[in-house]
Ligand binder design. Structure first.
Ligand code: LRH
Length: 464
């Protein structure tokens, strides 16, 4: 049959992109149409996202995609989780906050004062992250004035279609979705003083949200709008003993399971049960990922007054010997934007590196991330009662051979790297499945088999 085309908008915490996805007999490809930087912007009241800039890039990117490929049949949008915009009758009430803004600390105390974490976990299945939407709401006085609250991809879909909905995989990261039923936990919202009117009707990946008015009325199709949910669609998992690491700003390390695991042990290990496409559960833990490298390079570039080249730095890091000392990549002091080299040096108990020692320092960062990945893989296997035999590492981190090899070495497991653009691929696959490209009842396994056949993985075997 003919090759069909869709547009995928994929917004990450450090960059966004608009892609054309093409699917046909033996064809599964992405064409990047636009790529633009993203990041926290500091305002008087804290760290925000420049939503209007993102919206401008999304509109321009989609217009260019349609110019290049007039046959595009639909649009799907995904982004990082948890962040939201509050809407009144006339649109946004305020610029969305960045989840790394520390106002959420107040929200944590307020929420746990009303509902203890043990009970929250039983209900929503979410690991404790101080920025889960529920904590942000508790620190946000404007919630009381809002008509509705939309997570970032839903907010952009609303601008395209006028429809206000909550896509379910991303809604699962708010803390207000019942992990067992997949519906809003209205009793929990009420206990926390969150008005139920701000929680919009839920839609599932594959459903049409509405028609994009400025784009010739092509449909906006809900995808796994949580970027990690889309990424996991495109992980070519070969068996239930295969684990994944979706590695960008964060390293999301875990397994796909059929039912939430909300045991005391899972809670103590801070494992999450996020909603996946087709009702699958993403049982995983957030490990701080490439954020540590991107913030370090940002700090050095500011200090030098000239950009530090990350690929060159990583090449030099690979030539260093393996470090004796590591730091805990999950340490809370590394969460906020700021002087990352100074904070890491403080954790290591050593002075900040001179320019000539930067490669060795980058090596410590990469090995520390890999060490956290390896520990988390072991814990995931134990908690789920699975003998993990393979690790799929997808996302931008798959380009980092040093990280892939270190993860193999430290976990003792083969690492299969790629696809790099798993998130955009997952976005495209869910749209094109909804359009009927894979037959009426194609499963995730069918989609993953297609990924495996078109994107061969790069294999890293553990060295002793
Ligand atoms: C990765 C991600 C992750 C969330 C975090 C906020 O981009 O969506 O899954 O925990 O950002």
């Amino acid at each position: 049959g003919a090759v069909r085309a869709v547009a995928a908008v994929d917004l990450g915490a450090t960059s966004g992109r608009v892609m054309i996805g093409r699917v046909g007999q033996g064809v599964l490809e992405l064409e990047q149409v636009a790529r633009f930087p993203n990041g926290p912007v500091e305002r008087e009241d804290g760290w925000h996202w420049d939503l209007e800039a993102l919206w401008g890039h999304v509109q321009a990117g989609l217009a260019e995609a349609l110019r290049r490929e007039p046959n595009i049949e639909s649009v799907g949008i995904d982004s990082w989780a948890v962040d939201y915009g509050l809407l009144g009758a006339d649109g946004l009430l305020a610029e969305p906050f960045h989840y790394r803004d520390d106002r959420t600390a107040r929200g944590v105390d307020a929420v746990h004062g009303l509902v203890p974490f043990e009970e929250l976990y039983r209900r929503n299945g979410l690991q404790f992250l101080s920025f889960n939407t529920v904590y942000q709401y508790a620190a946000d006085a404007l919630v009381a004035e809002a008509e509705t609250s939309l997570l970032i991809p839903d907010l952009l879909a609303e601008r395209l279609t006028g429809r206000r909905v909550a896509e379910r995989t991303n809604a699962s990261t708010t803390g207000l979705l019942d992990a067992h039923t997949g519906e809003w936990d209205l009793a929990l919202a009420e206990a926390l003083g969150i008005p139920s009117r701000v929680l919009p009707p839920l839609v599932d990946p594959g459903e049409t949200v509405g028609l994009a008015r400025g784009l010739g009325d092509i449909p906006v199709i809900a995808v796994g709008s949580h970027d990690t949910a889309s990424a996991i669609v495109a992980v070519p998992l070969s068996s239930s003993n295969a684990a994944y690491i979706s590695c960008g700003t964060w390293g999301l390390v875990g397994l796909e399971v059929a039912e939430p695991i909300v045991t005391d042990a899972a809670r103590a290990a801070n494992f999450t049960n996020e909603g996946g496409v087709d009702g699958r559960v993403r049982f995983l833990h957030n490990v701080t990922g490439l954020w540590l490298l991107s913030e370090t390079v940002r700090a050095w570039s500011e200090r030098d007054g000239a950009p530090v080249d990350l690929p060159a730095l990583l090449a030099a890091a690979a030539a260093q010997s393996a470090p004796a000392r590591l730091f805990d990549a999950d340490d809370a002091s590394l969460a906020a934007p700021g002087d990352m080299p100074a904070r890491i040096a403080a954790l290591l108990g050593m002075p900040e590196p001179d320019v000539e020692d930067r490669a060795a320092f980058a090596r410590v960062i990469v090995e520390s991330i890999a060490d956290a990945f390896a520990r988390t893989l072991r814990t995931a296997g134990e908690l789920a009662g699975r003998e993990i035999d393979t690790v799929h590492l997808v996302g931008g981190g798959a380009l980092n051979a040093l990280l892939c090899q270190a993860t193999a070495d430290r976990s003792g497991l083969p690492v299969l790297a790629g696809p790099v653009e798993a998130t955009a691929l997952g976005n495209v696959l869910v749209q094109t499945r909804a359009l009927g490209c894979f037959g009426a009842d194609a499963s995730l396994e069918d989609l993953r088999a297609r990924v495996a056949s078109v994107f061969p993985a790069v294999r890293f075997d553990p060295r002793s």
